[in-house]
Ligand binder design. Structure first.
Ligand SMILES: [Zn+2]
Length: 1069
């Protein structure tokens, strides 16, 4: 399955750390015995019959399981959850005697169904287990559950399913671990009005569909191949479909299902999905063996998509593309997810992990190939170039001590779900279920689960390393060469099809390919990769010339951790290659040397190094590590970048240098002046990828600079507490007359909002800080505007014909910088465009709406909110939800245009109205009558958090006040962790720290493991921000002042824009 990235940058998963950090043990026998099924009996065949009426509250089913005892036993143990069982019957193939004696269904999170037998089963003699049951439809979008959508004649319901990772047990009693593969026969009984009834395979030719039980139509499906329970899927709906009958690009029936009326948005999925399957099949040299492929757009869906074999499901926004409405970013995401799920048909479905401890064998390959194999079909999207940005983002989350290795043992359901992202159970905590034929009051997160939660806290929190894994596998591809890598994967799939694997099988296949090619490696594949899969984190190598004229370098390695006070003993075998300024060729990415894991430092000979001006390690940033250099080399790199020769350096290495330099400086390994100097080259840079790398670095700078004392000091006064166009924050002159400025500032606050003034705010004591921080913002604004000016002029607001695919993303970065920092040419065009919001190009809608809402009033909010309510298009909803968070919490535009401030009452009324609007927006997260789907509600808070320091404060208070309600209201798997992760990227001050401490105290007994990890990450990041400020603020300020302090350029225009307002304020004083 895959996580969804609606606005990729907004939702990236961020570091989450536990409270302590011991190494995980690699096999916990007690937990294994407690949670894993034994191999005493194994299933070989399931016959599942389901009665699924979407208009009912529950469903009934019956299952016959053919089991094979491997030992003599008088007990059969399997999984069942959340169902009422009846008529259990156990018989041998030889006679019909019922061997059933009794059963128990666990009330804890083992979900074990133990069936005791009246006589001992004979080993290797097959038996049949029959069970009837009824069950409620699943909540939280797991198990078999109901989704709804609106039509002109009212709401329509459908039944769909999400069984990965541990919810097949909620659909039918089964051996619910991936290693227990079996053949599935499925029969669905559904009311006649639901015409689109699907499962993994085609409807059986000899059976077809026919009335059977009164009120139901019977749909019998072909038997599957041997497969894991988590890949079984169902759909009972009145959906329509598009298929490839007329234009079969792919060799088997390929359909896209969606609710009626939106099928005109299915063309891209149909076309790209087929082309991508053709390309993957060719790459794998192994056919997709099912006889059909359905792709279904489900209105309510927990994940981005799910790779059920033959019946792949997507959230609507992750499958449907409407030209002119869907953004380039969303369309790319659709392509990426389709490719991701297609890849799983081999990695996951044919070859499955032995247990969820090895989730990376599925998700790591899917994470890489979603880009790698999209490139096969749409190379103009530059997905593998963009993958480098993905990797740089992963570096952030992987740079904490507590991160789990790729191979990480998991046992409990909450641990298992954690390998996919977070823990999903909070909503169920208070629900009561009927189980085991008797009415048992049960909380799903039982005492046992809570104890496993605290166990988690002690051991190490669960983290996603899926993206990490993709980056490690990309490195593997380059150090093996693409040919050997592919050959290894072909062997791996061929030799393990229909089976289950551990990493050992992968290493064996890759080693075979290496041996066949006589390819030279320093040691075995297993030895190389084990360090990367069983240690968390990644290394930074430092490369220094041995001497100024030497032809060799010293390379040291250590684990890279964001917190410079931490260290770890981990070491890796690291493939390295390099480019010298005298021989610039970045094309060959195979290793020229290996840094061993055994020595702290290694010397590498590089002929003619003494003739070079500069050198770069890690061509095209294919290795999963950062690179630091001696200062002379950094200076030389800065010189070449800041010259007309800058494009002699490969575009991906330009992105690497920006990302590494800023992060190494942040980490205390490099003087901040180096990345700042380096970044000045961006004024020449026209490619998206280095700009995207820089954008991430700039965002961090803004966070830490806004976390300054100045911001806290401004905070009591709402008119100034906005992060841009805030008169005092952007006024350069106050530094010339500090005291007068502060006096004016204080007086203004007094007049407008007496009650916000607190006695602790003594300007005379904090004046220096306030002044310094307000100035640094001006300089920073100059810096960013100057760098982006050429591209602002070139890219503008309008798409041009034949522009590059990624230009849409690039334009948003440039417009974002300019509109946010008050470039009047940007803000005024945005305001003009807002006059006709419907006609704005989809790609810039979020930016323009955001800009408009920042300077707008309640009316602007209402216009966009009504657009959200009126549309049923999911990608449009996504754009609007992301923009609405930018709504200003204090209404400056009203303030500037009405005859203000002498009329405090009027002002207060307007403030009140807008605040009400704003908080009613956040209320949509928890309201019983919310207009926003559960799966999208967290986006509201994430967008408010990301909209700037002012909105962040309001969102933080809202989250602290309403956390339990938020837990109940947002999508269980990732909703709250997405919100908390957004906070961890943005909170930075001591006040934030206090609030988070209180937050933790208040809710610690209610947090899931994922939430605990996220809160720990928030604390760690706040600490890092303060550390940053203590250490780097003055360096950055000095550099900015020296380079931008005397500019009288475009910012002056901004200041002029607000000057009348300021004067009017001062007049009041
Ligand atoms: Zn996946």
């Amino acid at each position: 399955m895959s996580k969804i990235l609606i606005l990729a940058a907004a939702l990236f998963v961020v570091a989450a750390t536990p409270l302590t950090n011991p190494r995980p043990s690699f096999n916990n026998e007690a937990l294994s015995a407690q949670y894993r099924l034994s191999d005493n009996t194994i299933p070989t065949f399931y016959d599942v019959r389901l009665f699924l009426d979407p208009n009912a509250d529950s469903f009934r089913g019956s299952v016959t399981i053919r089991v094979m005892p491997y030992v003599e036993t008088d007990e059969i143990v399997l999984h069942a959850m959340d169902m009422t069982l009846s008529n259990i019957n156990v018989r041998s193939d030889l006679n019909a005697d019922n061997l059933y004696l009794s059963h128990t269904l666990a009330t804890d999170d083992t979900h074990f169904l133990r069936i005791r037998l009246s006589q001992t089963l004979t080993a290797f003699l097959p038996y049949l287990v029959d069970i009837d049951y009824t069950a409620p439809y699943g909540d939280n979008m797991f198990g078999i559950y109901v989704s709804t959508y609106e039509t002109a004649t009212g709401d329509r319901r459908l039944v769909t399913s999400q069984l990965q990772p541990t919810f097949a047990r909620r659909a039918f009693p089964c051996y619910d671990e991936p290693k227990f593969k079996a053949i599935f026969r499925t029969t669905i009984y559904a009311p006649a009005e639901f015409t689109a009834v699907r499962s993994n395979t085609l409807v059986r030719d000899d059976a077809g569909t026919w009335p059977d039980v009164p009120g139901y139509i019977k749909h019998e499906f072909e038997d599957t191949l041997p497969m894991s329970t988590y890949l079984v899927a169902y759909l009972v709906s009145d959906f329509d479909f598009r298929d490839n009958t007329e234009n079969p690009i792919y060799r088997i029936p390929f359909r896209v299902y969606a609710r009626p009326g939106v099928l005109n948005t299915a063309d891209f999925a149909l076309d790209f999905g087929q082309r991508n399957m053709v390309a993957l099949e060719e790459y794998m040299q192994f056919p997709y063996y099912f006889e059909k492929m359905d792709k279904v757009a489900v209105p309510d869906f927990a994940f981005g998509a799910m790779e059920n074999w033959g019946l792949v499901k997507y959230r609507e926004v992750a499958l449907l593309v409407q030209d002119g409405v869907t953004t380039t970013s969303t369309k790319q995401n659709v392509g990426r997810l389709i490719c991701h799920e297609n890849l799983h048909q081999w990695f996951g479905n044919e070859v499955s992990p032995d247990s969820w401890t090895y989730t990376w064998l599925n998700e790591g390959f899917a994470n890489l190939f979603e880009s790698y194999a999209t490139d096969f079909v749409l190379s103009e999207w530059r997905m593998m170039d963009q993958f480098v940005l993905n990797m740089q983002n992963v570096f952030q989350s992987d740079a904490v001590l507590s991160v789990n290795p790729m191979t990480h043992p998991v046992y409990t359901p909450s641990e298992i779900i954690g390998t996919f992202n977070a823990v999903a159970y909070q909503k169920l905590r208070n629900s009561r279920r009927h189980l085991g034929g008797s009415s048992v009051a049960l909380t799903l997160v039982s005492a046992k689960d809570l104890s496993s939660l605290s166990l988690l806290r002690d051991r190490s929190a669960l983290r996603v390393r899926v993206n990490t894994t993709g980056s490690v596998i990309r490195m593997l591809e380059h150090f093996l060469t693409p040919e050997i890598f592919r050959r290894g994967l072909v062997i791996y799939i061929r030799d393990n099809a229909r089976g289950v694997v551990t990493p050992a099988q992968l290493y064996t296949a890759l080693q075979q390919a290496v041996n066949e090619a006589n390819y030279s490696l320093p040691t075995s594949i297993e030895q190389i990769l084990t360090a990367w899969t069983t240690q968390g984190g990644f290394p930074v190598i430092t490369v220094r010339r041995s001497a100024p004229t030497a032809n060799s370098v010293f390379i040291t390695q250590e684990r890279y951790l964001t917190d410079p006070t931490q260290s770890a003993p981990d070491r890796w075998r690291i493939p390295v290659n390099w480019v010298l300024s005298t021989a610039v060729d970045f094309s060959d990415t195979s290793p020229q040397a290996w840094v061993p894991h055994t020595f702290p430092a290694v010397s590498v000979d590089i002929p003619r190094l003494n003739e070079t001006e500069w050198f770069i390690f890690n061509k095209q940033q294919t290795g999963y590590y950062r690179v630091n250099y001696d200062e002379e080399n950094w200076q030389a790199l800065s010189r070449v970048l800041n010259s007309d020769q800058y494009d002699r350096i490969h575009v991906l290495n330009r992105a690497q240098l920006i990302d590494d330099a800023f992060n190494l400086a942040r980490n205390g390994r490099l003087d901040y002046r180096i990345p700042m100097e380096l970044a000045r080259y961006l004024v020449r840079e026209s490619d998206y990828v280095p700009w995207a790398a820089a954008s991430a670095a700039f965002t961090y700078l803004e966070t830490v600079l806004s976390g300054s004392p100045a911001y806290e000091w401004f905070q009591p006064c709402p008119v100034w507490s906005t992060n841009q166009r805030s008169p005092f924050a952007e006024l350069a002159s106050p530094c010339a007359n500090k005291r007068a400025y502060l006096q004016a500032f204080t007086n203004y606050c007094r007049v407008v909002h007496q009650r916000y003034i607190q006695s602790s705010h003594q300007p005379s004591e904090r004046g220096d800080d306030v002044c310094a921080h307000s100035c640094v913002r001006v300089y920073k604004t100059e810096f960013l505007l100057e760098l982006s000016l050429p591209l602002f002029d070139e890219l503008g607001f309008d798409e041009t014909q034949n522009e590059e695919h990624v230009t849409a993303f690039h334009r948003n970065i440039i417009l974002g910088i300019n509109c946010r920092h008050g470039n009047e040419n940007c803000t005024s065009v945005a305001q003009d465009l807002l006059q006709e919001p419907e006609s704005i190009h989809a790609d810039i809608q979020t930016t323009v709406y955001c800009s408009g809402l920042r300077g707008g009033d309640a009316g602007a909010f209402n216009t966009l909110w009504n657009m959200f309510v009126d549309t049923t298009d999911s990608s449009r909803q996504s754009i609007l939800l992301n923009a609405l968070g930018c709504t200003s919490n204090s209404d400056r535009l009203q303030l500037a245009t009405s005859a203000p401030l002498t009329d405090t009452e009027k002002y207060t009324v307007e403030q009140h109205l807008l605040k009400k609007t704003f908080s009613s927006y956040m209320d949509q997260v928890i309201s019983d009558t919310s207009s926003v789907r559960e799966q999208d509600r967290h986006t509201i808070l994430v967008s408010v958090i990301n909209a700037g320091p002012d909105n962040l404060e309001v969102a933080l208070d809202f989250i602290i006040d309403n956390f339990l309600e938020i837990q109940q209201s947002v999508q269980g798997l990732t909703g709250t962790t997405n919100i908390l992760n957004a906070l961890s990227r943005t909170l930075s001050t001591k006040e934030h720290e206090e609030k988070i401490d209180n937050f933790y105290e208040r809710y610690q007994n209610y947090f899931t493991a994922g939430e605990i990890a996220s809160v720990a990450a928030i604390r760690e990041n706040i600490g890092a921000s303060q550390f940053w400020a203590d250490r780097n603020f003055n360096v950055v300020e000095d550099w900015l002042r020296a380079n931008y302090g005397n500019h009288a350029g475009r910012v002056t225009a901004t200041v002029a824009f607000v000057l009348p307002l300021i004067l009017s304020l001062l007049n009041v004083v």
